[in-house]
Write a protein that binds this ligand. Structure first.
Ligand SMILES: NC(=O)c1ccc[n+]([C@@H]2O[C@H](COP(=O)([O-])OP(=O)(O)OC[C@H]3O[C@@H](n4cnc5c(N)ncnc54)[C@H](O)[C@@H]3O)[C@@H](O)[C@H]2O)c1
Length: 428
């Protein structure tokens, strides 16, 4: 645990035992605690660059490091964050260097998904708090390990499901949970885009500016392929989780929140890679369905190569209840009565900066349970993507038991975890 954190903890504890402090000392301690910036390292300079700019909008943040295994992206990230903050961060290719710096209190990871849980676990072990992008894990076992690490090392770990911190979406969800549409029993979530083909790649030599070995990290080694890096790894099972894990995780999270459910008891999948004939392994057209105890069902429709989605929205979820429906879109909610008449329609901010502020507040108050998407919540939502993908990949209808574990299906159970490059297996 860092000296920096010890100082924050010391101040917090001494403030709590007011008897030992004069009023003046208490005020000084309080001022230092609130003024003291959270020192952060941000890893992965695509989404991570945008995330870093959100971090800088939250009061009391200093980005000491940026990190990427691609030198071009690293230079761009360093430049953008230096300009935005007036403080040029150190640029490194191996995030383990940042873990060694005791001044760094928190890490943010926006990486290919096969890296999320292994990196976040290493950070917890090094005493850092973690903001990890969605989905927080490449497979269910890694999610379980990450939750275990957060508990064991008592770290504040937030998943990047920023709608959990969006004022307008919180308002809509509160209305839903307070009964605006009566008993809610069905939700349909979707994402619709016009993605192109990833084509057919060729094995070859990685570009000089990329540390391909470190890019692969925990994934078993394979030759560099020309059409996977960047971004298209989403469509390759070895690294990604398809559209379900990519954009779906946001909707799975809203579904669980609005329906008030945790683990499904039955999962089915339909769909395939229909639009293009290329290297993509994950479906571009997917319908996953989830039955929960208490008579509640959620369906997910991922359309990677078609628009528009339902309601003319590219992303959204409709909750259906006895007395109407509530739609949550990208940054809005819409309430309708049972006849479809619009009762409310409100737009706002999607919640990016507020989610970061929530993360920093939880660090300052040393209270992980004050997080809006604490890692156990995040994992349960990511798990829905994984279970849908497992149902798709096996072609089986899954029955799930305690904590979503798959029952009586040896083939599906093999996909609960993955193989690792030797030496890279995550341990808590
Ligand atoms: N919450 C959101 O709204 C939101 C939005 C976009 C992306 N995301 C998530 O962010 C993650 C990243 O997405 P992206 O679009 O930036 O992907 P990307 O492939 O474009 O970028 C990933 C970056 O990570 C770098 N990288 C890979 N391994 C690394 C390592 N070991 N150390 C340092 N850098 C490494 C890559 O070189 C690349 O620059 C994904 O999980 C995605 O789902 C979340």
């Amino acid at each position: 645990m860092s000296n920096h954190l010890n100082r924050r903890q010391f101040l917090g504890r001494t403030m709590a035992s007011g008897a030992v402090l004069t009023a003046g000392l208490k005020a000084a301690a309080q001022a230092e605690t609130s003024a003291e910036p959270v020192v952060v390292g941000v890893v992965g300079m695509n989404r991570g660059k945008a995330l870093a700019l959100d971090f800088l909008q939250a009061p009391g943040c200093r980005i000491k490091y940026v990190c990427d295994v691609d030198q071009n992206r690293l230079a761009e990230g360093k430049d953008a964050i230096g300009k935005a903050s007036g403080h040029v961060p150190e640029a490194v290719t191996d995030f383990r260097r940042i873990l060694d710096d005791p001044e760094v209190e928190a890490m943010a990871f926006a990486l290919p998904i096969h890296w999320h849980a292994p990196a976040a676990i290493l950070a917890c072990k090094a005493g850092k708090h973690v903001y990890v992008e969605k989905p927080c894990c490449h497979n269910p076992r890694e999610g379980e390990l990450l939750v275990e690490a957060a508990r064991k090392y008592n770290r504040v770990v937030q998943m990047g499901a920023q709608r959990r911190s969006s004022a307008v979406i919180m308002e809509g969800m509160t209305k839903l949970l307070e009964g605006a549409i009566g008993r809610t029993y069905y939700a349909r979530g979707w994402y619709a885009a016009l993605r192109g083909t990833m084509g057919r790649g060729e094995d070859g030599t990685p570009p000089e500016h990329l540390d391909y070995d470190l890019w692969q990290g925990p994934a078993p080694r394979r030759p560099y392929r020309s059409n996977v890096i960047h971004y298209n790894w989403h469509w390759v099972w070895r690294y990604g989780t398809g559209e379900a894990g990519n954009n779906g995780t946001h909707m799975f999270d809203l579904a669980r929140w609005g329906l008030g459910v945790e683990y499904p008891k039955r999962v089915t999948a339909a769909g395939g890679r229909y639009r293009y004939d290329d290297d993509q392994e994950t479906p571009d057209t997917e319908m996953y369905s989830y039955d929960f105890d208490g008579g509640k069902t959620f369906t997910w429709e991922g359309l990677s190569c078609n628009q528009p989605g339902p309601e003319g929205m590219f992303v959204g979820i409709t909750f259906y209840g006895e007395n109407g429906s509530l739609i949550v879109g990208h940054d809005r909610y819409l309430l309708r009565d049972a006849n479809g008449k619009e009762m409310e329609n409100k737009a706002g901010d999607v919640g990016g900066v507020d989610h970061v502020i929530n993360f920093f507040n939880a660090i300052r108050s040393e209270n992980p349970s004050s997080l809006n998407c604490e890692i156990e919540t995040g994992y349960k939502s990511a798990l829905l993507a994984h279970l849908g993908n497992i149902a798709h990949r096996t072609g089986h209808a899954l029955r799930c038991g305690e904590k979503g574990h798959i029952l009586d299906d040896a083939e599906a159970q093999t996909l609960w975890q993955r193989d690792y490059e030797p030496g890279w297996e995550p341990t808590v």
